[in-house]
Design a protein around this ligand. Structure first.
Ligand SMILES: CC(C)(COP(=O)(O)OP(=O)(O)OC[C@H]1O[C@@H](n2cnc3c(N)ncnc32)[C@H](O)[C@@H]1OP(=O)(O)O)[C@@H](O)C(=O)NCCC(=O)NCCS
Length: 156
């Protein structure tokens, strides 16, 4: 789990992984003025060095709640060993255990589909900023939780 002392190192890793453009993304609008779930943020350590991590955030979809995933990032020297996938699967399992129904994210299908994510039907969810509809994905954690989910994704 991410502890307070890991936060700055993970932020630096994310800055390096995504570059300055990340602050313009719709996903960033859902993180501003929001606080991630302390028990649903995970990091990977190599010794004491932070080499990967993922954060989950509370969001609202219309009258319902959901969890927003991002960023997920792994240090370039540690990629392609399954770390990114493991972090995402672990975060989803923890969210499910905590009783959440749906995880939403903006990302590449090719990476996230094998991890249980699917494309959100066009128009079902709108984000607070421009996002390629083909990259809006969700993963259902409890049966039927996606069925009624529709509308604007906003900070809770
Ligand atoms: C995406 C990321 C977290 C994956 O971390 P990782 O530890 O390498 O993940 P895994 O080892 O579980 O999976 C790696 C595989 O996913 C593939 N992959 C990574 N990013 C991908 C993407 N955007 N689209 C399709 N495939 C992707 C890699 O090519 C790799 O395949 P390989 O094993 O055949 O080489 C890491 O590449 C990263 O930090 N990227 C920069 C930030 C980013 O893009 N985050 C995700 C937002 S969509």
């Amino acid at each position: 789990m991410e502890a307070a002392e890991h936060g700055a190192a993970f932020d630096r890793l994310v800055d390096r992984a995504f570059g300055p453009g990340r602050f313009a993304k719709a996903s960033q609008r859902l993180r501003e003025g929001n606080t991630p779930f302390a028990d649903l943020c995970f990091i990977a350590l190599d010794g004491e060095a932070v080499v990967g991590g993922v954060r989950l955030w509370p969001v609202r979809v219309g009258a319902q709640t959901a969890v927003f995933l991002g960023p997920v990032a792994v240090d370039p020297d540690f990629r392609s060993h399954g770390l990114g996938g493991d972090l995402i699967l672990h975060a989803c399992e923890a969210a499910q255990a905590a009783g959440h129904g749906v995880v939403v994210l903006v990302g590449d299908r090719a990476f996230f589909e094998p991890l249980g994510f699917q494309g959100v039907p066009t128009g079902r969810l709108t984000l607070p900023g421009p996002a390629d509809p083909a990259r809006i994905l969700w993963r259902e954690l409890s049966p039927g939780a996606c069925e009624a989910l529709s509308g604007a994704v906003t900070v809770r």
